[in-house]
Ligand binder design. Structure first.
Ligand SMILES: C[S@@+](CC[C@H](N)C(=O)[O-])C[C@H]1O[C@@H](n2cnc3c(N)ncnc32)[C@H](O)[C@@H]1O
Length: 332
């Protein structure tokens, strides 16, 4: 089995990165080796030392596979994807087309193996539309789509069928928190149910304007502001950010609408006074940053702003040869 060996000091951070990039084999347990931790991975990961070694399997995953083996052939069991997203007590799985006839068996096996999962849904379409919502199909357990997800000390209430939310952006949210200083004025142009806005407000003495056009996301945003006791710091705004965002006040603008952020970059320059735009985008492997940076420079020039590219990095894989990336733009 393939593993990557990292210093124990870096283990928590690396684990999150491996998980979000989809490289971590979540069915197996990491192992401590003196000053190092070895993580099980599904493929070689650039920038890390790879080794061949053995890992123990997590009980839940072992049980899941064992139940599948009783019901499916060896080939089908191998095809069933054992990686899935858990949001609160809801699991969202992908079922390969060849296994569709067994989807309810797979979902029940998953519930049987993981006590924390009360409902299982299948991704039955891509994330689409302005509101970035995914079509789901109910497979097993309780047919309820509202849940509470806990992350970094926040409780986030949401309905997985009416809003966008990804647990895979957890490390990215932490990265933005690490950059943010008390005293900032943050405008989250595409706030959703508020994971960035609330995390920053809970941990810094700041003002946040959190905007979303999706009415359901906006209702959960308001509820999450209340649950997390940040009403004195976060102002929720419903509408198109082009109209709803306050102009010329922000020291940070968060633009997590990666598929069409380019259409809103001019708005981001109107919104920011001086500071950083966290600009997300989707890029092909052969041109991760260059054409995006050319575009950013073009819009900055049109807006008469001086910019400096401060960071650029892959957030997570998005599709084959395609990545969700972030570019941090310093603006004067
Ligand atoms: C990819 S989701 C990100 C949500 C949130 N930032 C998160 O990380 O969970 C993008 C969000 O932008 C919202 N959105 C799309 N177009 C918008 C617009 N013109 N103005 C404000 N919000 C918009 C969608 O409704 C959706 O909730």
């Amino acid at each position: 089995m393939l593993g990557v060996r990292v210093r124990a000091l870096d283990a928590q951070r690396v684990k999150r990165e491996l998980k979000e990039s989809g490289a971590l084999d979540t069915s197996k347990k990491a192992r401590r080796e003196g000053e190092f931790v070895v993580f099980p991975v599904l493929q070689e990961v650039e920038g890390f030392e790879s080794i061949e070694t053995e890992f123990d399997e997590f009980e839940g995953h072992k049980k899941f596979r064992d139940v599948l083996r009783e019901k499916l052939t060896e080939e089908e069991t191998a095809l069933a994807k054992r990686a899935f997203d858990v949001i609160g007590d809801i699991a969202i799985i992908e079922v390969p087309q060849e296994l569709e006839k067994h989807e309810s068996t797979i979902a029940k096996a998953l519930m049987g193996a993981h006590n924390n999962i009360r409902s299982v849904y299948k991704k039955s379409g891509d994330i689409s539309g302005e509101e970035r919502v995914r079509e789901l199909k109910f497979l097993a357990g309780e047919d309820k789509t509202e849940t509470i997800y806990k992350e970094h000390g926040m409780n986030l209430k949401l309905d997985v069928s009416t809003v966008y939310f990804s647990p895979r952006l957890s490390a990215e949210r932490e990265r933005i928190l690490a950059q943010t200083k008390s005293g900032e004025v943050v405008v989250d142009l595409f706030a959703g149910i508020g994971p960035f806005a609330i995390l920053l407000a809970k941990n810094r003495d700041i003002k946040v304007h959190a905007i979303d056009v999706n009415e359901s996301a906006f209702e959960y945003l308001k509820e999450n502001i209340r649950i997390n006791k940040v009403a004195d710091k976060v102002t929720p705004l419903l509408g198109d950010c082009r109209e709803a965002a306050p102009k010329g006040e922000a020291t940070r603008v968060i633009m997590n609408l990666p598929k069409s952020s380019s259409e809103f970059l001019d708005t981001a320059f109107d919104v920011i006074k001086e500071g950083v735009i966290n600009y997300y985008a989707i890029s092909r492997e052969e041109d991760l940053y260059d054409s995006k940076i050319d575009f950013i420079e073009k819009i900055a020039k049109e807006k008469g702003r001086i910019i400096k590219i401060m960071n650029k990095k892959i957030v997570r894989p998005y599709a084959p040869y395609t990545y969700h990336i972030v570019i941090d733009i310093g603006v004067k």
